[in-house]
Design a protein around this ligand. Structure first.
Ligand code: ADP
Ligand code: ASP
Ligand code: MG
Length: 455
């Protein structure tokens, strides 16, 4: 058995879905369980619908719902016919009816709880999976639809829920076992899940990769294939850096570190369940199915050295100063207690006797309050115009000269090595980050300069 996950751009329109069907049809002998995301940009649109409803802008809500309806029904009509079209359209009608009355309720009361938000944004995967499953059947692949909410059971952190892996494993085996009887494939949704009481939750944005790994773990799959729009994991984000190269293989730890530090080709939590059962992950390009892609496997199979340059264009950067010698334990204690209290996660932390520097992914609501709390005891400076870049790879922090390459690439406000030697990260000005990443990437991975740089 294998798990194949197709992201939003891989199921965005008729052409893309046809490609998915032909890719899946080459794997039928391996009994695929197929996981799909919402059509490209749909989740973002659902977030907008939820927030517009909270602001009671009914006219705009209706416009957006109308666009969403048209896109899905048009896609159905172009892919399906006869009875299959009828039953898929009836299911879409049901899903839209339920979404519309729910959104109407939010409009009426002007209030949006995390639970309501999760309920609204989960609709994208329910819609896309209905269409893709019907399209498979239309093409003669016998496909059963399974409900991820009956399988993946989570806590009640609605928008970033964490699964109970034991319960989930039992559910997945039961549901997939039943659904695969008499079918060529089973198709289900990424991203969406539910609490034990049956309230819908989601695993966090981009969380469909995580679902695929959870299913892979639960089913003891031979491998998990993540199908996306790039030729595997690359030496940097190809949308930003020219001349990137495909990476043959990285370890689970390297892939998790890359994702944590901004290389978001895989969701950072994906590697956890895969590692538990040593299930290889293969990242493949839907536009180039014959390509080799990249493997994520156990560390034993991969070499040491710089693999990739990752970055976050937008981070918040906090510097905390102690003028008196109050002690590092007390200072770190105050900082971490405040961050925990307001639910804020730091990215990287650098520490010296009288100063602690931290970076944060932007958009964390509790940060201002946490900084206010820390400021009661220490002087703080919070900068919102910085970026973060990192070199990632097994033992990179042990390679002489790599920090120097970073310092040469831009003015640096903080530099920190990962405790496991897998990364060196720096904070730079936002105006400099793209050029700095490209320069660093050139030196590391351009064959001529690279050899000089890393040896
Ligand atoms: P999907 O919709 O299939 O989940 P994503 O947009 O989430 O796709 O992830 C694929 C994107 O990840 C690529 O288009 C690319 O821009 C980005 N990316 C960032 N860093 C890397 C990297 N090191 N290697 C490959 N892709 C990367
Ligand atoms: N559709 C969800 C999102 O856009 C999950 C995913 O694509 O992985 O975040
Ligand atoms: Mg993704």
């Amino acid at each position: 058995m294998i798990v194949m996950k197709f992201g939003g751009s891989s199921v965005q329109n008729e052409e893309a879905i046809s490609r998915v069907i032909s890719i899946v049809s080459t794997r039928l002998r391996e009994k695929p369980v197929v996981v799909v995301s919402a059509l490209a940009k749909v989740t973002r649109m659902l977030v907008e619908i939820a927030e517009t409803a909270e602001n009671q802008n009914i006219q705009r809500v209706q416009e957006l719902l109308g666009q969403l309806r048209r896109r899905h029904f048009d896609l159905c009509a172009s892919l399906l016919e006869g009875e299959i079209l009828e039953s898929a359209s009836a299911r879409l009608e049901q899903l839209f009816g339920s979404l519309e009355s729910f959104v109407d309720g939010v409009c009426q009361i002007g209030e949006l709880s995390p639970r309501s938000r999760a309920r609204i944004v989960s609709t994208g995967e329910l819609l896309s999976s209905t269409i893709v499953a019907a399209a498979m059947n239309q093409k003669g692949i016998i496909c059963n639809w399974a409900d991820a909410r009956k399988m993946v059971i989570t806590d009640s952190n609605y928008m970033g829920a964490r699964p109970d892996l034991e319960t989930t494993r039992a559910n997945v085996r039961r549901e997939i076992g039943e659904a695969s009887r008499g079918a060529d494939i089973v198709l289900t949704q990424g991203f969406i899940a539910s609490t034990p009481e049956g309230w819908t939750t989601v695993l966090g944005f981009e969380g469909s990769d995580f679902t695929a790994a959870i299913l892979g773990m639960a089913l003891d799959a031979e491998r998990v294939e993540i199908w996306t729009d790039v030729d595997g994991i690359r030496t940097a984000d190809p949308r930003v850096v020219p001349d990137t190269q495909r990476i043959e293989a990285v370890s689970y730890d390297e892939a998790a570190e890359m994702a944590h530090l901004g290389a978001r080709v895989l969701h950072p939590l994906t590697m956890g369940p895969a590692r538990m059962k040593n299930i290889p992950i293969r990242v493949m390009n839907t536009m180039n199915p014959e390509g080799d892609g990249s493997w994520v496997t156990s560390a034993a199979d991969t070499a040491d050295g710089a693999k990739s340059v990752a970055f976050f264009t937008e981070i918040d950067f906090l510097e905390v100063f102690s003028d008196a010698m109050t002690g590092t334990a007390r200072m770190l204690g105050t900082i971490m207690d405040s961050l925990r209290l307001y639910g804020v996660e730091p990215q990287i932390v650098g520490c010296s006797g009288q100063k602690v520097s931290l970076t944060f992914e932007t958009g964390q609501e509790g940060l201002s309050k946490a900084v206010e709390a820390i400021s009661g005891d220490y002087r703080t400076v919070l900068s919102r115009d910085r970026s973060q870049l990192s070199i990632v790879g097994r033992n990179v922090a042990r390679i002489p000269g790599l920090s120097a390459l970073i310092v040469e690439s831009a003015k640096v406000y903080m530099i920190a090595e990962g405790a496991d030697f897998q990364s060196i990260s720096a904070v730079v000005d936002r105006t400099e980050v793209k050029d700095a990443v490209a320069a660093l990437h050139g030196k590391l991975f351009n064959p001529e300069e690279g050899r000089k740089a890393v040896s």
